[in-house]
Structures are given as structure tokens and as C-alpha cells.
Design a protein around this ligand. Structure first.
Ligand code: NI
Length: 207
């Protein structure tokens, strides 16, 4: 091998190393913003929520005042949901009993994304399986649709006829006593994490 060939080989090695180092640095740097971007407070922020008038499982008219005065755990779903909704409602009931034994410190609210099937009566019989602490809300489809839009809730009908299901946002939303968005408990997050978040919510933003 000539000296020239060795020198070329070394330069090639240096060039490849530089490209690799650059790629690693780029992956590292670009990974950070992506991770921060996926946290939700920025995505919801001040534009989250607003006034509404819906109907609860007892047929009473309920406004956004149900989300005020103390912190709130708010969940959107539907009674025909096979898995995520019943699991989450069961968990919310247990969280509430743990972080708020007296039932005075936390609103627990469910809003239907399927008002066509979730009448107040349907909500009443469904909620009896969970906790009487949960305020379950529905309304006219266009009213509910407007609420979902303002709370930035994704929901989509999947399938036709009577057997359709709904894709929907599965996070539990945490609001302070003024109804402002403070964070979420994601579906599948551990009970310990959920309890820590709710405890902090009550401690920092409760009245
Ligand atoms: Ni569901």
C-alpha cells in the first residue's frame, strides 16, 4: 500500500466519523423539542374550555359552574365503550375516594362524546356501576359537539348502524378551581402517578 493510499484512507475515516458525530448530535438535539412538544399544557393552555349548558344523569341542567370552586378531574367518553371508559371511570372513582375522602375537595365530571345514545337515563344506569360522586353530562348533539371542540377533545364515530363505536381522547383532564387546564392523567398511567398528580392539584389549586 502506498503512502498516498493510507493518507486517503485516514481522511475518509475522519470524514465518516465527523458525519456520524454530527448525526448523533442532531438526533440528540432534535429529540429534545419533540419530547417537550408532546407534553400537553402548551397544547391546551388558556384556550381550553368555556361556558356550556348540558344535562346530568338526573335530568338537571348543569353549566360550567360544575367545574368551578374546587379542582376537577374531567373525562370524556361514552357508555358503550368496551374498555377504556369503564376502566377510567372505575379508576377515577377510586382516586376520588383516596385523595378526597370527604368528597368535598374534587369535582369528578364525565362528559359523553356519544350524545345520540347517552341519554340522561342511559348515563344514570351506567354511572350506578361506578360512583355517585361522578357528575355525568350529555346534551343535544350539536351542543355536545361544541363543548368537545372548545375542550379540544378528539372524537370520531367508527362503524355504521347501531353497533358503532367511538374513538376519543382518553386522558383525564385536571383543572384548577377556576376551571383552568393544569395537566392530564394519561390512559395507562400508574395509580401512584395519578394519585400524586391529583394530590398536588388539590394542594396547590384547591380552596
Ligand atoms: Ni372510551
Amino acid at each position: 500500500m502506498t503512502l498516498r493510499a493510507i493518507r486517503l484512507g485516514l481522511w475518509a475515516l475522519v470524514a465518516v466519523s465527523a458525519v456520524l458525530a454530527g448525526a448523533l448530535w442532531w438526533m440528540h438535539e432534535s429529540g429534545e423539542p419533540a419530547r417537550f412538544a408532546s407534553t400537553q399544557p402548551a397544547a391546551y393552555g388558556d384556550a381550553f374550555g368555556g361556558p356550556f349548558e348540558l344535562v346530568d344523569q338526573h335530568g338537571n341542567s348543569v353549566t360550567e359552574a360544575a367545574l368551578l370552586g374546587k379542582p376537577t378531574a374531567l373525562f370524556f367518553g361514552f357508555t358503550h365503550c368496551p374498555d377504556v371508559c369503564p376502566t377510567t371511570l372505575f379508576e377515577m372513582s377510586r382516586w376520588s375516594e383516596t385523595v378526597d375522602p370527604s368528597g368535598d375537595s374534587l369535582n369528578v365530571v364525565f362528559i359523553s362524546v356519544d350524545p345520540e345514545r347517552d341519554t340522561p337515563d342511559a348515563l344514570a344506569s351506567y354511572m350506578s356501576a361506578f360512583s355517585d360522586r361522578i357528575v355525568a353530562l350529555t346534551g343535544e348533539p350539536d351542543v355536545v359537539r361544541d363543548v368537545l371542540r372548545r375542550y379540544k377533545i378528539y372524537s370520531r364515530k367508527v362503524g355504521d348502524g347501531e353497533d358503532y363505536t367511538m374513538d376519543h381522547t382518553a386522558s383525564v383532564f385536571l383543572l384548577d378551581a377556576a376551571g383552568r387546564f393544569r395537566g392530564t392523567v394519561a390512559h395507562g398511567e400508574s395509580r401512584d402517578t395519578a394519585l400524586a398528580k391529583l394530590g398536588r392539584l388539590i394542594e396547590e389549586t384547591g380552596t
